[in-house]
Design a protein around this ligand. Structure first.
Ligand SMILES: NC(=O)c1ccc[n+]([C@@H]2O[C@H](COP(=O)([O-])OP(=O)(O)OC[C@H]3O[C@@H](n4cnc5c(N)ncnc54)[C@H](OP(=O)(O)O)[C@@H]3O)[C@@H](O)[C@H]2O)c1
Length: 334
């Protein structure tokens, strides 16, 4: 089969499209013929050796895919050949076939296309867990989303609306803000790109307070980090919840927060590590996926696929996300 391989660490242009042996269905595993795979920020980090989990070289990047089961190994009871599924494997998805442990495979509804199914698990899974289990977001509360037109950002905009929140979307361009409004955000604004100076940070804090009726957002969803985080925390409402999702602005710019702010605001800084939680609470995660399928069938969430690439151009798909050009999800069709 053909697969995009990382044979040496570096930028996406170092990836190679190679012929590799087909995977087999070992015990408790299924083989899936991939139809679509989606790109996530960890793929960008992993191929450079910058992610918290580092596979041995050579490896096939790609954390999630959707397709049709073509073989099942011993001990697999809940999945059969011919089932339409998505799989969350961490690596291996940018390939024609993948072997996945049955615990990471979920059957998808008949009315859900493979592109949508590949776009959904990590972004909507992370964001539902963050808003529901970690922030306990309530209807009527105000939710600020940073990087709101990105993968997890746009999922959060939609889920925040579906949960009855008033959503403020923050992003780096007018086009991105408009996309968030189309996906249900009540308000949106552009923040400057790059490292913010003191005046820009103050302006950001003031803008957020102004858009949230002077009291600040109850929940802040931050997948960006860098110099954006502290001014956002300074704007949070009394008893607010600040969700630490990721550091797209750069691992060299992980923010350090003044703890007096948590005292003065009576607020919480809440870490969100969806993958670890899924490992510890698979049944609760399964319920979250059922909720996501229901929201999708009701038209309340609708993953945005802004760009599709072929497997031959898979490296370009990863570069697209790395270069901050992605809106919603970037898909590799297989
Ligand atoms: N905690 C968890 O369980 C979990 C799960 C999934 C993902 N994540 C993390 O969430 C973050 C976002 O992931 P994603 O897949 O949604 O990525 P994405 O689609 O690329 O979105 C990231 C957004 O961050 C903003 N950004 C700001 N500075 C950036 C920079 N220097 N380079 C690139 N983007 C920048 C961009 O929006 P603007 O241009 O509008 O600023 C972009 O849309 C990553 O750090 C990822 O590791 C965490």
């Amino acid at each position: 089969m053909r697969a995009l391989q990382c044979v040496e660490l570096g930028m996406p242009d170092k990836l190679q499209l190679n012929d590799v042996p087909d995977p087999e269905a070992s015990p408790e595993h299924v083989v899936i013929e991939n139809k679509a795979a989606s790109v996530n920020f960890p793929d960008v980090l992993m191929i450079q050796g910058l992610y918290q989990f580092q596979p041995e070289l050579p490896f096939i990047p790609g954390g999630e895919s959707a397709g049709i089961v073509s073989a099942v190994g011993d001990g697999v009871e809940n999945i059969s050949v011919g089932d339409r599924v998505f799989a969350m494997t961490g690596t291996g998805a940018f390939s024609e076939k993948i072997s996945a442990h049955n615990s990471s495979v979920v059957k998808i509804p008949d009315n859900m296309g493979f592109e949508t199914a590949a776009a959904l698990p990590m972004t909507y899974g992370t964001s539902l867990y963050a808003l529901k289990q970690r922030a306990n977001l309530k209807a009527g509360e105000t939710l600020l989303v940073l990087g709101a037109a990105g993968g997890v950002g746009l999922a959060t905009v939609e889920l925040g609306k579906a949960m009855g929140a008033r959503v403020i979307a923050a992003a780096s361009t007018n086009e991105k803000v408009n996309l968030c409004i189309q996906h249900g955000a009540d308000e949106g604004f552009i923040y400057p790109s790059g490292v913010l100076n003191r005046d820009q940070q103050k302006e950001l804090s003031n803008k957020i307070k102004e858009l949230s009726g002077g009291i600040g957002p109850n929940v802040i969803y931050d997948p960006v980090g860098g110099s954006y985080s502290e001014p956002c925390l300074r704007s949070i409402a009394w008893e607010g919840r600040y969700l630490v999702i990721g550091f797209a602005a750069g691992a060299d710019q992980i923010p350090k927060m003044p703890l007096n702010l948590t005292l003065l605001k009576g607020c919480q800084i809440v870490g969100v590590f969806w993958g670890a939680w899924v490992g510890m609470h698979p049944e609760e995660n399964k319920k979250n996926f059922e909720e996501l399928f229901k929201l999708h069938s009701e038209g309340k969430i609708n993953p945005e696929v802004s760009d599709s690439f072929t497997l031959d151009d898979g490296a370009l798909a990863i570069a697209h996300l790395k270069d901050r050009k992605a809106k919603g999800k970037v898909i590799i069709e297989i």
